[in-house]
Design a protein around this ligand. Sequence first.
Ligand code: 5GP
Length: 178
Amino acid sequence: MIINGMQSQVLFGKDAIASRVKQIASQINQDFHGQSLVIVGVLKGSFIFLADLLREIDLDVQTTFIQVKSYEGTASTGNIEIIQDIDADISDKEVLLVEDIVDTGLTVAAMLKHFTEKKPRSLKICSLLHKPDSQLNEIPIDYVGFSISKEFVIGYGLDLDGKFRQFPNILQLKSEVS
Ligand code: 5GP
């Protein structure tokens, strides 16, 4: 399929995604067994992943959201603008941040700083996708769906200029079509 003048190919199909989501949820269920958990969805990219993950979680869970936006600019600086903060008190709570993708890791670093100030008992990170070769810091990502190389991906919640989030598969965009 050609998307915005670029070739695309399926990187992860919906069945592979569904089975990986179940595995991650089962790990989370095991790790937080007997505990209450606050899950923070980082909007917008995580909303489809979060919806599927959440339905596989059988813990006492409170769900809330934060919406963030990278400051406009040429390179990623890690300065994030919080469009809407969480509406839950997370002090002394076990917290799991759910992201769509960790690329440079600058967003996740800013989020960790933001949430640490709210004094949770613990703070872990779950990301559907991770680009380890792009990450500029060493923040560990506790739960990763799939590690990928530096290619740009869309679908299953991930967008290109606000579009294509509805695709059930994760597609990799390749070189421009001339
Ligand atoms: P970071 O701060 O880790 O560089 O960037 C994280 C954000 O960049 C993600 O939440 C996502 O919005 C965007 N991003 C990074 N890589 C990709 C990608 O391959 N596809 C899409 N759709 N967004 C990406």
